[in-house]
Design a protein around this ligand. Sequence first.
Ligand SMILES: Cc1cc2nc3c(=O)[nH]c(=O)nc-3n(C[C@H](O)[C@H](O)[C@H](O)COP(=O)(O)OP(=O)(O)OC[C@H]3O[C@@H](n4cnc5c(N)ncnc54)[C@H](O)[C@@H]3O)c2cc1C
Length: 427
Amino acid sequence: MADRLNSEIAIIGGGWAGLAAAVTLADAGKHVHLFESAKQLGGRSRSVNWDGLTIDNGQHLMAGAYRQTFALMDRLDTLGLLERRRLDLRGPGFQLTLPKLPAPFHLVAGLISARGLSLADKWAAVRFMQALKRRHFRLDHDITASTLLATYLQPGELVDRLWEPICVAALNTPLAMASAQVFCNVLRDSLAGAREDSDFLFNRSAMGRLLPEAAQRFLTERGSSVQLSSRVDGLRLEDGRFILGGPDAVSDRLIIATHPSQTPALLAGVDAAAAIAAKLRQFSWQPIFTLYLRFASPIAFPYPMLALDHGAAFWAFERNDLAPGLVAIVASAEGPHLQQTPESLRDELLQKLATDLGPLPPLLNWKAINEKRATFACTPNLDRPGNATPVPGLYLAGDYTAGDYPATLEGAVRSGVECARLILERT
Ligand SMILES: Cc1cc2nc3c(=O)[nH]c(=O)nc-3n(C[C@H](O)[C@H](O)[C@H](O)COP(=O)(O)OP(=O)(O)OC[C@H]3O[C@@H](n4cnc5c(N)ncnc54)[C@H](O)[C@@H]3O)c2cc1C
């Protein structure tokens, strides 16, 4: 016991949720000990090395409504690494741009002037948004997003071009499986929110610089510790304190901020948390696939993000900020693309990119990254655990905890800030 690391607050997991909790606590004068099993911080939103280049583990995009994420980045002085642009969804034969008008006129004007939708589609979209607004975006019972759209008689072309791309990108879950309530929450806070809430924010630097590296500096400068390559492999309660196996630490308060698939194993040593572990075992997962293409020279994009096909299964991002000539193509959720070999998918996507942008410079190199458990499947009526637990002193942070949002950076940050708030309120 004498050699054990003794702390008031410990955090397991240095993804965006764990880091948000740690920074908020350190900012309030607390000393925390954060244990991260990987060699670097960031979890599912981190930098990786590829042939001497620093790239992201997957292409990310933020929405103007990510208020707590921006507040945290502002505190860490990294907000300037984001580029804010008005929403502009572009793809073959389609464009939806939201003009600089106050809400809700920006949306109505944007829909009415959208390219590639019939007049009937446009009015159906406006009527749908108005109907949801009248219900305050609350459904009596959760159903699938596809059932919701069918109930509101949304035409197939409109679903393919607008609603499905938004739903799949935001919830990372196919329309036929996705929670209509969470889809409504996303529409409420983006298209139906304040005009700037619908903006897109593009990272103009590797994900690691946006939060993880700055958070690590912030924590160590304030006397907190961050231990990398430090896996907590077991947890038990002794006299009301948490004993962490692996780093051999003891703590009065503990935030578990691991991936939801890893949390049940840690909770196994805490009887009173068995119901939470059982809930999490019911979750299922959805992948995100990113293909990086490195061209010999930069490619001019008309907007930093382009849909590569009609149903917007693939979005291409210009990433000259990471390396000149770098393009990232991302596909959310499960789909037929995952049955293809990486080589055939690469060739198909090169073809689509050339169709959109014209002849491409020579391809120097490429890399495919498929994150198999990128997010939980955001299905109807998912029973997501809260941040407080029945065990005094034990908290859960992560994009999967109860909240309005699907698995997103903002969901992760909100959960971490909320855990910190609960701890500060109770000390
Ligand atoms: C490819 C991809 C693209 C995405 N795109 C977007 C996007 O465009 N916009 C958006 O908002 N969101 C996006 N997301 C989702 C977003 O990245 C996640 O919601 C968020 O990063 C989750 O953070 P977290 O802290 O909850 O969990 P995690 O990032 O999973 O963090 C958990 C951490 O705990 C550590 N850990 C686990 N077990 C242990 C242990 N026993 N001991 C110590 N440490 C442990 C892990 O190593 C990890 O660092 C994307 C995700 C992926 C994978």
